[in-house]
Design a protein around this ligand. Structure first.
Ligand code: PLP
Length: 384
């Protein structure tokens, strides 16, 4: 997508710039406004259907964020499988805090394992952290990479652990040609504003089990057994009657977000192909650069390429140097055990080192080949 710029050399290059097909989005949103229905309803149902058709996953429930989805994945699996307060879930320190907060929301204990060269959970480290209280593993596909997801899934099967996939970065990621999300009991995708399928805030929770999918629809609507759209459009006489089965949350998605998502879904494969092209240009531009390590993509993975990450020494100085050149990358992520509330975790030296050295380079659909070259040249100049 072309940028309008007079002098490309001084255009700031930001980490993320979401792209919306504005006219198509407005048409979808207009339909909601004309119908007078912007909440949970016809458009969210339409998007859930489009999503399961696109991914091939058996179920998908549209929620207001991946954070909410992760919470409910933990909550419903805990209920179903009888996990108790203080039981443990193995997770990664190299993620957005939502991943680990979701465990704490339910009174469970996150136990961090270390990452591998893909910056995803290392199965050997996961195995070493399994205790008598371990119930599950949350695997994060960092930047869209599958890392050693299959080995972690096998380990979980062998050890009787539940696998939850934090697929916030993985819309469009395929492993051996199949869209990810069916590897464990639940997978959760993010459609936050800067993700590969951008809305403003929303996400998708995909349970493998049909009963959990049915149950989660009540959990996202305060425990009420029928949503307002279904009641309003039913031909029942007493439309105003409903049952409240248990306490629930207000976590459901709405039709305005679904309108944006429906448009973005049509383009996500083409957009991800553009991201992979940008990544290939980065690979080319950084090949052989001293002091700059790139992160490999796992074999068999067609990554959504949410991120293009490199590792450098003196990362903070390098970031400042890039900023002075009008380049504004990001950091994914700070080792969560650096945060006070997660400080009591076992050491994960690889994650700690990566978190001190990692940079996410600009990755969005307005970048052109010259922009990528500018970032590569800037990085080489600052690092040497
Ligand atoms: C790895 C990961 N998990 C979970 C989330 C939470 O997503 P959301 O913003 O949709 O709640 C994010 C968001 O940045 C993320 O990067």
């Amino acid at each position: 997508m072309r940028r309008v710029a007079s002098d490309p050399s001084d255009t700031p290059l930001h980490l993320f710039v979401p792209v919306f097909r504005i006219d198509e989005c407005l048409d979808e949103i207009r339909e909601c406004l004309e119908k007078g229905w912007t909440g949970l309803g016809f458009k969210t149902a339409q998007f859930e259907e489009a999503w399961t058709r696109y991914t091939g996953l058996p179920h998908g429930h549209f929620v207001n964020s991946a954070t909410a989805g992760l919470h409910l994945a933990v909550r419903l699996l805990k209920e179903r499988l009888g996990w108790r307060e203080g039981d443990e879930i193995i997770s990664t320190p190299l993620s957005f805090v939502s991943t680990n907060h979701a465990i704490l929301y339910e009174g469970l204990r996150p136990v961090f394992a270390d990452v591998d060269e893909y910056l995803c959970l290392d199965p050997e480290s996961v195995a070493s952290r399994i205790s008598g209280r371990t119930r599950a593993v949350i695997f994060v596909g960092l930047g869209g990479n599958t890392g050693r997801l299959e080995a972690v899934a096998t380990l979980c099967r062998e050890r009787g652990l539940t696998l939850i996939l934090d697929a916030a970065h993985m819309t469009g990621t395929r492993l051996h040609g199949r869209h990810v999300g069916a590897e464990g009991a639940a997978s959760v995708f993010s459609f936050h504003a800067v993700k590969n399928l951008p809305t403003a805030d929303s996400g998708m929770i995909c349970f493998a089990d049909a009963d959990l999918d049915a149950a989660v629809r009540h959990w996202t609507w305060l425990g009420i057994d029928k949503d307002t759209y279904t009641r309003t459009h039913s031909d029942r006489t007493y439309k105003w009657h409903y049952e409240v089965e248990h306490v629930g949350f207000k976590y459901h998605g709405n039709s305005i977000m679904a309108a944006l998502a429906l448009v973005a879904l049509k383009y996500v494969d083409a957009d991800n192909a553009c991201r992979r092209q940008l990544a290939a240009w980065y690979d080319e531009g950084l090949a052989g650069a001293a002091g700059i390590e790139t992160i490999p993509i796992a074999p068999g993975c067609e990554s959504a390429r949410h991120l293009y990450q490199v590792l450098v020494d003196c990362r903070d100085e390098v970031m400042v140097g890039l900023n002075q050149r009008g380049i504004f990358p990001g950091v994914h992520y700070q080792d969560n055990s650096r945060y006070r509330m997660y400080a009591d975790q076992p050491p994960c030296p690889r994650a700690r080192l990566a978190s001190e050295r990692v940079i996410s380079l600009p990755m969005h659909l307005r970048l052109e080949r010259d922009d990528v070259q500018r970032v590569c040249d800037g990085l080489r100049a600052v690092v040497t």
